[in-house]
Design a binder for this molecule. Structure first.
Ligand code: 6U4
Ligand code: NA
Ligand code: NA
Length: 159
């Protein structure tokens, strides 16, 4: 099997105002894109623990509840390692968003997502999240990290 690396991606949601917190990534992979909060799962932690930790480190929010909404696999041209990304929403968290070294946080309406400033796959699977459907997707990217050359996306009963 091809080597996989495990990642998390968490979207804090304010259900009262129907807004989602995104962060403008200031460095590293996906720099200058808006995205949820997440990163590599470390060897000593569960995937959920990694999700909560990365959200805290990057946004200042401490999630008291997260739910898994999707599973995404990304394949990049010229990179043998598959990115396996576990996607969560959190509607319960303590603290206020704060800018960190990695992310500049900003709220957006869940129906007004800035897809032109996000990864190209996000506009394809976000509708599933809006309809409370769980999803599994696979996206093949060119080395430019912009162009999707092949995709698979479907609703699943459980993750
Ligand atoms: P370090 O190395 O510690 O600075 P770390 O925060 O652990 O980095 P990072 O930020 O490189 O990891 O993780 C990449 C993040 O980008 C993860 O949250 C997954 C997310 N991501 C990667 N490709 C994506 C894509 N095509 N669409 C998307 N999110 C993606 O929505
Ligand atoms: Na990160
Ligand atoms: Na990390």
């Amino acid at each position: 099997a091809r080597p996989h690396k495990l990642y998390t991606l968490v979207f804090p949601v304010d259900t009262a105002t129907s807004k989602v917190l995104l962060g403008m990534k200031k460095r590293g992979f996906g720099k200058d894109k808006l995205n949820g909060f997440g990163g590599k799962v470390e060897p000593h932690e569960t995937i959920e623990q990694g999700a909560v930790r990365e959200l805290q480190e990057e946004s200042g929010l401490t999630a008291t509840h997260i739910k898994k909404i999707g599973l995404l696999f990304f394949y990049f041209e010229n990179d043998p390692v598959t990115m396996e990304v576990h996607v969560y929403q959190s509607d319960r968290y303590d603290g206020r968003p704060m800018e960190t070294d990695e992310m500049r946080p900003e709220w957006f309406g869940v129906h007004e997502m800035p897809f032109e400033r996000m990864w190209a796959d996000d506009s394809l699977w976000w509708p599933y999240a809006l309809e409370n459907k769980r999803f599994v997707g696979r996206f093949w990217f060119k080395a430019d990290q912009v162009t999707i050359t092949r995709q698979e996306l479907r609703e699943v009963d459980s993750l």
